[in-house]
Design a protein around this ligand. Structure first.
Ligand code: ATP
Ligand code: MG
Length: 768
């Protein structure tokens, strides 16, 4: 097979290297992920059994794509595909490991399911309910935050000490221990593992159980890891154990793209520790960027040079193409920013230069998408937000999942959701009573069995009894179908019937109805909950149509449990589909992706760099922000727009200031500042007629012409009204003076006296 023809010389050398420990360290877009993919194909083409290879990626999405690409490369090369290597995230790998090995630990069963963020919150709420200090939000936040970081470090309650409590903490060691212990007990009792448990337990078993360890050390001959710069200490510990035998290791990464240190990533692992821990480590450096134009790379290079803690490297475009200039714009406010982005996209699509799917709009934090969304909607541009409200986090989807999860573990969290959807009329008091009963009875009792088998011991109304009866009989029918091993279409039909007969679908329909009555004026744009549930059923169906690869690399038919776990392991990026829509996401979520056209928005101090990074004093926080902006910029293939906006930062009560990164990236601040995109405010901006691209800076002459064209009005004003002016922007009326109004505009314009009826300004509506 001519694998090498698709790679440059250095990539080819790396893909076919026989180094036992190999590190490919290279900048953004230099083909690291591509090289790793070809290396897998190369190993397979040399006759290595796919069951001997494990590749770790950062998201499930990349894992899937990589699997598909390996297959394509093999098929094109005329090689027989004999099974599939395991390509998964760290969590996905650990999940598969534990499904096999968890019995090595006392008190665990193979039938575990995964507790997501929402489940964790519910559990903590229960725990804090019983504590006096539990009413204090600060206390709860501090304790749960601490537990989360202890878990990231791999420490369980039996491994913590009073020295783990920082000076001045709002909680004592005993309080921390109690909450942590209760949290773990709750999970164990419900047969649940949270994300961290997947890793911690895997490491624990491998460290403590020699036979299991030896087995797994010999099972695989090659481990390959993508995005290695964001590996945390625990993941690294796991890798080191697995590599304690004959297996070889290939890692690829870019220290300039470490953006998860806040979640425990350590970029000195790729820089230093790897060469200490793996003697004979060979390093390949890739230096040609195949993604972006030189113009984009020049600005990205300029920016990242400001980081001190880095090895100097320079990204060079393989194509040699200079490309179009990177645009920097400063807008009057976030609405103007959103509007200009929307009009730019619209114009490019209209000119058939691009499709919606070619665009990504990136920002520092999810809340910033609001203003952009508003404008995209106004311009009728289809878009999808990633990492905001995830599909699987929607209430109706979590409810539907709860129905399914019962089949595996009958856990109380799922059952409690079901009691409310539809509401079966069980109040707090009754529920508490049932929980007590559950404790008293002990053994394998769960709320599910208590309400089924011990109804005589709890006071229930007739309506409640009937509702429960409907649920249990729908459940029994479904469980039977499931146990009979129904798969594919049949299981989807069974799920549908189950949800219908248990009254869940009519519950969803009625919520939709109520919602649409309340929101009749917006309902057309929002998808109904029922649509979401139907989409969920389709997802199940699709899942069953694909192959499932187990930890041995064997292909088998997937079952419902696999589906539920896949859902639980979803990450923000995984939702990205190839629909023709503009993608909106945070910089963190954009890692590893690429788009022809990219907008990086909201480049203001306190936003990007974040307020947090400016105040938390953690060494390197600013460098991490800079890396994050670097990641954002290097997602762009053809064109990059960067922007900031003015106005007042309500959190701090001060005007927005342009991000330092703009200067550092050598982006030119437009001369006329702030950008005056007021034509639209004055009501003269017509999206369809906008030239979008050509007119980045607002032309004052043109604004005047537009303002003149507006018919004069005789609006009446009151103190406090907001006014939009073609030159000064938005201001507030502070006083009235005959036919004049006194208006305060933001700096540099200040206070102005305006004659009412003049065409250059108008009153703003309440909701504008
Ligand atoms: P990141 O650091 O963002 O993860 P990366 O180093 O993993 O980037 P890839 O995503 O593998 O880079 O590659 C970037 C783009 O360049 C992809 O579209 C890839 O297909 C293309 N590419 C990489 N190497 C080559 C090559 N030798 N010939 C043609 N295209 C290439
Ligand atoms: Mg990559």
């Amino acid at each position: 097979m001519d694998i090498l023809s698709q790679l440059n010389e250095k990539q080819g050398k790396a893909a076919t290297s026989d180094a036992h420990y190999l590190r490919i360290i290279a900048g953004a877009g230099t083909g690291k992920t591509r090289t790793l993919t070809y290396r897998i194909a190369y190993l397979l083409s040399m006759g290595l059994s796919p069951t001997r290879i494990v590749a770790i990626t950062f998201t499930n999405k990349v894992a899937k794509e990589m699997t598909q690409r390996v297959r394509n490369i093999m098929e094109k090369g005329g090689f027989e595909v004999r099974g599939y290597p395991l390509i998964a995230t760290f969590h996905g790998f650990c999940y598969r490991f534990l499904k096999k090995e968890i019995l090595a630990l006392d008190g665990y069963s193979r039938e575990f399911s995964i507790a997501g963020d929402d489940d964790q919150n519910t559990i903590y709420k229960e725990i804090f309910k019983d504590m006096t200090k539990g009413e204090s939000k600060d206390f709860c936040k501090a304790v749960t935050g601490k537990i989360s970081s202890l878990k990231t470090e791999g420490k369980y309650p039996d491994q913590i000490a009073s020295s783990d409590v920082p000076l001045g903490a709002t909680y004592t060691f005993n309080e921390l221990l109690t909450v942590y212990q209760r949290y773990q007990d709750y999970l164990t009792k419900q047969n649940l593992l949270d994300f961290d448990d997947l890793l911690i337990l895997t490491v624990r078993i491998l460290e403590d159980k020699e036979e299991v360890r030896r087995n797994w050390q010999n099972k695989y001959s090659h481990f390959l890891v993508d995005e290695f710069q964001d590996t945390n200490a625990l993941q690294y510990r796991l890798l080191k154990i697995l590599l304690g035998g004959p297996a070889s290791l290939t890692v690829v990464g870019d220290p300039d793209q470490t953006i998860y240190t806040w979640r425990g990533a350590k970029n000195d692992i790729i820089k230093d520790r790897l060469s200490r821990d793996f003697p004979g480590l060979e390093t390949v450096v890739l230096d040609e960027n195949y993604r972006s134009t030189q113009e984009i790379l020049d600005h990205a290079n300029e920016l990242i040079r400001h980081n001190r803690d880095r090895v100097d490297k320079n990204l060079v475009a393989a194509s040699g193409e200079k490309g179009e200039k990177v645009h920097y714009s400063r807008y009057y406010d976030s609405d103007s920013e959103g509007r200009d982005i929307a009009s730019t996209i619209s114009a490019l699509v209209r000119k058939k230069e691009a499709d919606y799917r070619d665009f990504a709009i990136l920002y520092r934090a999810n809340y910033l998408s609001n203003a952009i969304e508003k404008q995209l909607t106004a311009y009728k541009i289809p878009y999808e937000i990633y990492g905001g409200m995830k599909f699987y986090e929607r209430a109706e989807i979590r409810d539907a999942l709860a129905y399914l999860k019962l089949v595996i573990g009958k856990d109380d969290l799922s059952f409690q959701r079901i009691l409310k959807a539809p509401n079966k009329g069980i109040g707090e008091v009754t529920l508490d009573k049932a929980k007590e009963l559950e404790k008293e009875l002990g053994g394998d009792e769960t709320l599910f069995t208590v309400f089924r088998d011990h109804q005589d011991k709890i006071k229930l109304t007739k309506a409640t009894r009937l509702a429960l009866q409907d649920f249990y009989s729908a459940y029994d029918a479904f469980e039977k179908a499931y146990r009979m091993g129904k798969k594919g279409d049949e299981i989807v039909t069974a799920v549908n019937q189950y949800l219908e007969n248990a009254g869940f679908l009519s519950h969803v329909r009625s919520v939709d109805r109520k919602e649409s009555e309340k929101l009749s004026y917006t309902a057309s744009s929002s998808t109904s909950r029922l649509d979401n549930v139907m989409e969920f059923l389709r997802t199940i169906q699709n899942f069953f149509e694909e192959d499932y690869v187990d930890e041995e690399g064997n292909k088998r038919e997937p079952d419902l449990v696999d589906f539920l776990i896949e859902v639980a392991l979803q990450s923000d990026q995984d939702a990205i589909e190839d629909d023709n829509k503009v993608s909106l996401m945070t910089g963190h979520v954009s890692k590893g992706l690429e788009f022809p056209y990219v907008f990086v928005t909201g480049m203001n101090e306190m936003i990007f760099p974040s307020y947090h990074s400016l105040t938390d004093g953690r060494a390197g926080a600013m460098e991490e922000e800079r890396r994050l902006f670097f990641v954002c910029m290097t997602r762009a293939q053809k064109r990059l727009w960067v922007s900031s906006f003015g106005g007042v930062n309500f959190r701090q009560g001060s005007p927005y200031v342009t991000s330092r990164f703009i200067r550092e990236a050598n982006l030119v601040v437009p001369k006329a500042e702030p950008k005056k995109d007021f034509a639209a405010h004055v009501g003269l901006h017509r999206p369809a007629a906008s030239t979008g691209l050509g007119r980045r800076l607002f032309d004052v002459g043109q604004a005047k012409a537009l303002a003149q064209a507006r018919p004069s009005t005789t609006e009446s004003y009151a103190v406090g009204d907001r006014v939009v002016h073609a030159s000064f922007g938005v201001g507030k009326v502070t006083a009235l003076d005959g036919n004049k109004i006194i208006v305060d505009f933001p700096a540099p314009y200040g206070t102005k006296k305006l004659v009412v009826g003049f065409r250059a300004f108008r009153k703003m509506k309440e909701d504008e």
